[in-house]
Ligand binder design. Sequence first.
Ligand SMILES: Cc1cc2nc3c(=O)[nH]c(=O)nc-3n(C[C@H](O)[C@H](O)[C@H](O)COP(=O)(O)OP(=O)(O)OC[C@H]3O[C@@H](n4cnc5c(N)ncnc54)[C@H](O)[C@@H]3O)c2cc1C
Length: 237
Amino acid sequence: MSSVTSSSGTSSSASGSSAKLELDNGNSMYAKLVVGADGSKSSVRELARIQTTGWKYSQSAIICTVEHAVENFCAWQRFLPNGPIALLPIGEKFSNIVWSMDPKEAVDRNSMSEDDFVKAVNLALDDGYGPHPRSKSFEGGNVFSWLKADSTSSTHEGFELPPKVIKLASHRMAFPLSLMHANSYASKRLVLIGDAAHTVHPLAGQGVNMGFADALCLSKVIAEGVAVGSDIGEVCS
Ligand SMILES: Cc1cc2nc3c(=O)[nH]c(=O)nc-3n(C[C@H](O)[C@H](O)[C@H](O)COP(=O)(O)OP(=O)(O)OC[C@H]3O[C@@H](n4cnc5c(N)ncnc54)[C@H](O)[C@@H]3O)c2cc1C
């Protein structure tokens, strides 16, 4: 896509105006409303000249898929001095790793051998940075914690370790982490949703949920607009 502009003319919309999208292949498209859902580097946001506010977290995250010897259906997260490591099940014996750390460490861990990386992950998920909690509850004095999220866990269960990683099942990728917030989510005939509108640190695992909430909210607003016969591309004052 090379431009998004407001246009009047060839549109067949009732109001006689629509957004015009000029595509890289030379074709044009017209719509009452353009939804920018094209991620954190949104071209739609850029073409609409919507400014953003934000900052870098001075952290990078290494992400990859790993394989276990046993099935894993639990999400695990351990808080380490340089940032959290998360083990997120994706089915059967596979999980995704999201490991936040300082950028220099990320470069080193991204380039170390696969065997060394797997060892480092297992150490990080086990007792690599300190002892296991001593009791069922997290007692004072323990700087480190393990969080396990599944439908069967309870605070009464004993301490449990995540399943060991036996090998990498994908390439490793390192991402600089940053917070970004679009200064506006909507302008005439255009809205931004998901990461195009906002990105947050993966620590809380909320990025996807926030995008789903945006989509739900937008669909309600559009439905209400359609129900009362208003132009869904107009910005309400
Ligand atoms: C390291 C890391 C770990 C994360 N971990 C979690 C987590 O555990 N839990 C969680 O909830 N969230 C997590 N997130 C955040 C989550 O990935 C995002 O919030 C979510 O993917 C945003 O969805 P989206 O659809 O808005 O954008 P995206 O997922 O970026 O999707 C945008 C889509 O638009 C497409 N696109 C872009 N430009 C164009 C174009 N010009 N034409 C056509 N298509 C285009 C892209 O190809 C892409 O498919 C993490 C993010 C990072 C970086």
